[in-house]
Ligand binder design. Structure first.
Ligand SMILES: [Zn+2]
Ligand SMILES: [Zn+2]
Length: 374
């Protein structure tokens, strides 16, 4: 496949506004035919996530040059030798961690911690080894095995999950990251159940997705918290039972509302302040789950005695503790039933040429998911 367009990052840390410094350049790309266990995918839509921004700023260092983007959906255009689970024309959601199915973590039922997939991602390579994308013959890395911001991409079959026909890629693309991480955290990692309570700190697309997940779980009390009042109304419409602007009184108010604190505080803001607040929202015996991914320099001074005396658990949630082949179809089914209206997390629909402007919006914190339609 030759002469299709995609967005390449060559230099990290360029200054804002991105609409002027243009960290992402739209160039013509080439791909070979898919090899053993690989799929060529025509990308229908891809969306921007804060993790893309962290690659652009350099907060997370990935090998460059790279075609970035890790949340997409599309149609299989061709399959390589040995592929039996996919055929041309299949609709797929691409996922940002290829789960090998064979490593200790995968075999132990914790495929979201697949070591082999994580190592391939860190090298900017496919699970099947090496890179395939080129620009006039120059080798380009693949962001998290997906390389979503291009009209076509080539992936390991472990980076794709088949979804039923008839759904629009422009809506399903966000199932590859935002829905897995947010709804997955509520449903899989925390295990909040009926009559349980959860508070979500930080109402970006992932935090709002956690609210959707808590609602599916049947949680009795779902508290949504953000510094921006504008995000609270959306949280309420998605199932939050209580919405609060984050301020000095938040912890006290949540403690009052829930007679001592919530069972689960979910930190989705990626900030030290957000984590600190989450720590003050849980009841004795409660759990703080963090998925916000702040920069590598962010650390927290933890007072240990109350942790012990109150029996509090702190845990991280990667990929919403999802096994992608199990959870993408499960969440898509909930979406089809109207129980997981994830398309409400999309705030902008844009063209590939507007991608640098979209990065500015992301950095300003004004956007939820911005979906590029190809
Ligand atoms: Zn993401
Ligand atoms: Zn594995």
């Amino acid at each position: 496949m030759t002469n299709f367009r995609g967005a390449v990052l060559r230099e990290r840390g360029l200054p804002r506004p991105y609409v002027e410094s243009r960290p992402l350049k739209i160039v013509e790309l080439e791909l070979p035919d898919p090899g053993l266990g690989e799929l060529l995918v025509e990308v229908g839509a891809a969306s921007l996530c804060r993790s893309d921004l962290s690659v652009v700023t350099g907060a997370r260092v990935w090998p460059l040059p790279m075609v970035i983007g890790h949340e997409a959906a599309g149609k299989v255009a061709a399959v390589g030798p040995g592929v039996t689970s996919f055929a041309p024309e299949d609709d797929v959601v691409l996922v940002y961690l290829p789960q090998c199915g064979e490593c200790v973590r995968c075999r132990g039922g914790e495929a979201w911690l697949c070591d082999v997939g994580a190592t391939a991602n860190q090298k900017g390579e496919l699970l099947t080894g090496g890179t395939r994308l080129t620009h006039h013959g120059e080798k380009l890395h693949h962001h998290m095995g997906v390389a979503a911001f291009a009209e076509y991409t080539l992936v390991s079959e472990a980076s794709a999950v088949k979804v039923p026909p008839g759904l629009a890629a422009r809506d399903t693309c966000i199932f590859g990251c935002a829905v897995l991480c947010g709804a997955g955290t509520a449903l899989n990692t925390t295990g909040v159940g009926e009559h349980g309570s959860a508070a979500v700190v930080g109402l970006g697309a992932v935090g709002l997705s956690a609210i959707l997940g808590a609602r599916v779980a049947g949680a009795e009390r779902i508290v949504a918290i953000d510094r921006l009042e504008a995000k609270l109304a959306l949280a309420a419409s998605l199932g939050a039972t209580d919405v609060l602007v984050a301020d000095e009184q938040t912890a006290v108010r949540v403690t009052d509302l829930t007679a001592g604190g919530v069972d689960h505080a979910i930190e989705a803001s990626g900030t030290l302040e957000g984590f600190d607040l989450a720590m003050r929202l849980v009841r004795r015996g409660g759990t703080v789950t963090t998925l916000g991914l702040p920069g590598p320099a962010v650390s927290h001074d933890l007072e240990l005695a109350p942790l012990v005396a109150n029996g509090v658990t702190i845990r991280g949630s990667y990929l919403g503790s999802c096994v992608t082949s199990r959870d993408v179809p499960r969440f898509i089914e909930l979406y089809r039933e109207g129980r997981l209206p994830a398309d409400k997390l999309i705030s902008h629909r844009i063209a590939l040429d507007d991608i640098n402007l979209a990065l500015d919006r992301l950095a300003d914190g004004e956007a939820l998911r911005q979906v590029i339609e190809f």
